[in-house]
Design a protein around this ligand. Structure first.
Ligand SMILES: [Zn+2]
Length: 309
């Protein structure tokens, strides 16, 4: 596979090549570390206004140690490629199915995921982040219907639970956090980023970032997210309305079913301009074996599960 690489998120000039005044290019911070990001740059880059985006702090390991940067990221808008590098041949990548199976079968991730499953029948959300080798972070205490994973430096992805009164599908804020995990992976391994969710009745899904590094250079303002949360509730209400959709998307007890939350995923990611940049996988328990299915859309725009071989 030929992909564009820039030896890190900074273009030809390296960490000192960009700067807060360099027209929207990422900027390095000198001497900053994950636990000590230093001050956020006080002004937007030249030509940018504080209404257009915000600074985001990220660290990632490029194989030569952890590099930390402040990025200027435009709201819901892609930056031009900040990398000035050429093309290189990337190492073979594992398929999304392989990546997810490895996470599920890793003895390091299992206890934390089991803990979150148990927590999904209680109130309140909790989360955990995982490093590339599956090493978990401490359990992160969330709110009633959200978890802020916080600083994601050094982590590949995370898992969280939704609660009995919540929707058993990723929320607009969850997609925003997946983009942050993706940014933290760097250019070559951006598609390793993932987020898992476990909810009542064994509902268990994983979203994976499948876009390019540039696609991950998107962030949403609080106003954007508020709008998308409203859209999400409206889409869900329509799907669950028996007069509009019969029992297509609901269980016998009136709760939303797998097909319903999967349809909700495709509609809300389209609203957020994230179609084809995030993929969805459903995890099912067959006895002691967990099976993974990729959720695609059929010709009629209906979710259809395709088993991982
Ligand atoms: Zn969530």
């Amino acid at each position: 596979m030929i992909i564009n690489i820039c030896g890190g998120p900074i273009g030809g000039g390296g960490p000192t090549g960009g700067g807060p005044t360099d027209g929207g290019m990422p900027t390095a911070c000198v001497g900053c570390t994950p636990s000590n990001p230093g001050p956020r740059p006080s002004d937007p880059p030249a030509g940018q206004s504080s209404d257009d985006g915000r600074w985001i702090f990220h660290c990632y390991d490029d194989g030569n140690g952890l590099k930390c940067y402040w990025f200027w990221v435009k709201f819901a808008n892609r930056l031009v490629n900040p990398c000035g590098g050429g093309n290189v041949v990337a190492p073979p990548q594992k398929t999304p199915c392989q990546k997810t199976k490895e996470i599920l079968e890793n003895p390091k991730t299992k206890p934390a995921i089991s803990f979150l499953k148990a927590n999904s029948s209680a109130g309140g959300e909790k989360g955990v982040m995982f490093k590339a080798d599956g090493t978990p972070s401490a359990i992160i205490q969330g709110g009633e219907h959200s978890v802020n994973f916080g600083d994601k430096s050094g982590y590949q992805g995370g898992y969280h639970n939704h609660t009995p009164t919540g929707t058993p599908m990723f929320s607009p804020g969850d997609f925003d956090q997946l983009l942050n995990f993706a940014l933290g992976q760097g250019n070559l391994t951006v598609t390793n980023a993932y987020l898992g969710m476990v909810a009542r009745n064994g509902m268990h899904y994983i979203i994976r970032f499948t876009g390019s590094y540039n696609d991950a250079l998107v962030t949403f303002s609080d106003t954007d997210l508020k709008k998308y949360r409203r859209d999400y509730r409206e889409i869900k209400k329509n799907l669950m309305d028996p007069e509009k959709n019969g029992s297509n998307y609901i269980n016998a007890d009136g709760s939303i079913n797998n097909k319903g939350v999967e349809k909700l995923f495709f509609e809300i990611t389209q609203n957020m301009n994230l179609s084809n940049k995030i993929s969805l996988q459903r995890i099912e328990n067959n006895g002691n074996v967990q099976s993974v299915q990729s959720i695609n859309l059929d010709a009629n725009n209906q979710p259809i599960p395709v088993p991982c071989s």
